[in-house]
Design a protein around this ligand. Structure first.
Ligand code: COI
Length: 383
């Protein structure tokens, strides 16, 4: 099994005189064509919690797997549903905090004590990343170091030991390679990788678990939203909030997702694709969607909500910011009011699961604002 890292195609800076800034209508297409080729690695020595995400470099991790030998599967029918694959990875540690003896095992249920901290107190984290099949059959991982680092940050917040970056990367690589027949053909989807870190040890009082388990499983996926890359419809939520200041909105803890399903169900019952959350203090500033970050484009300036502690620092979010800056766009991370968002030229969401999804409408206080996404780009890009 060969591991290669290669630099992304270009990382020219805005000041490098590469010509005119692309028009806003073409923006998403430019971002996509860049992001498809750019992944990153970061140093394995994490620094302060919030500054870690500023250390991205543009690198790609590629696995040369030989000619693809795929399972017999209808790749055209892929959505974002669970498809059981062959192997998963398990590694555990006790109170010494040292993860050892990681191994691949057949994919299937894991045994948990009913008193496990993750079941009772939600002491758990998840990650999400993708492996893509290239035209030549090799497999690319998108910025896996970033997921490893983000898991360490979340683990600190939840008082959990975490696998080292090297252990995380090895686990991901082994799991992908063991399931390489499940990596969809080029252009037909990708392999979604779901690492989890859970407090698996039994405990009765509220305290860190005595044991932890690190799991990696994978699943071939297509588009996240049921209508593929068609523009999504967002319903603004004012009653429920995704996260509060001082809470855990900026880490990928499992409870962040349990708390959004009720508003999401309500939005879906009304025919919307997902929920747009506002800040919990003023109900005025845009935060994020249930499973992704949000961007707006206005007068050629790209803006996304500032990471104030209640918003997940998305890896696709960071990638879009960097690529846009490299293309010469002005990018702002700042507070964005819902009124500003409704006046945008273009709105799109970013995330590992949703990749880049155009927003076609935002409903706020009963009024539906229709937005014009870049159809040309979104109809032609593959995930
Ligand atoms: C991802 O984008 O990978 C996520 O973790 C969102 C997921 C909850 C669907």
């Amino acid at each position: 099994m060969e591991l290669r890292t290669c630099a992304a195609r270009s990382s020219a800076s805005p000041s490098s005189g590469r010509g005119a800034v692309p028009s806003p209508r073409l923006l998403s297409r430019h971002i996509w064509s860049r992001s498809a080729h750019c992944t990153a690695s970061t140093p394995s020595n994490p620094v302060a919690r919030r500054s870690r995400f500023s250390t991205l470099s543009l690198m790609t991790t590629a696995y040369n797997t030989g000619p693809p030998d795929l399972v017999d599967f209808n790749w055209d029918a892929l959505g974002f549903q669970l498809v059981p694959t062959d192997f998963m990875y398990l590694m555990s540690c006790s109170s010494d905090g040292v993860f050892t003896n990681g191994k691949l095992v057949p994919y299937g249920p894991i045994e948990l004590n009913p008193a496990a901290a993750v079941l009772n107190y939600g002491q758990g984290l998840l990650e999400g990343l993708r492996a893509h099949r290239k035209e030549d059959g090799s497999i690319l991982l998108f910025r896996p170091h970033e997921n490893a680092l983000r898991m360490k940050i979340g683990a600190e917040r939840l008082c959990m030991p975490a696998p080292s970056v090297e252990q995380f990367l090895e686990a991901v690589k082994l799991t992908v390679m063991a399931n390489k027949h499940w990596v969809p053909p080029f252009g037909k989807g990708s392999l979604y990788i779901r690492p989890q870190l859970i407090g698996s040890g039994a405990i009765l009082g509220v305290a860190p678990a005595p044991q932890y388990t690190f799991v990696v499983f994978v699943c071939p996926v297509g588009h996240y939203f049921k209508d593929g890359l068609s523009p999504i419809s967002l319903l603004t939520e004012e009653e429920y909030h995704r996260a509060a200041p001082g809470g855990t909105g900026d880490i990928k803890t499992i409870g962040n997702y349990a708390s959004v399903v009720s508003a999401q169900r309500r939005a879906k019952e009304k025919g919307h694709s997902d929920v747009l959350y506002l800040d919990p203090v003023h109900n005025k500033f845009v935060e994020e969607v249930s499973s992704c970050n949000i961007f707006m484009v206005k007068d050629n300036v790209i803006s996304t909500p500032l990471l104030t502690g209640t918003i997940l620092p998305g890896i696709t979010r960071r990638s879009v910011i960097e690529i846009s800056q490299n293309l010469g766009f002005q990018v702002e991370e700042r507070l964005i009011t819902i009124d500003e968002l409704l006046g945008a030229d273009e709105v799109f969401c970013t995330g590992t699961a949703v990749v880049l999804s155009p927003v076609g409408s935002i409903t706020y206080r009963g009024r539906r604002k229709v937005l014009q996404p870049n159809y040309l780009f979104f109809s032609s890009c593959a995930i």
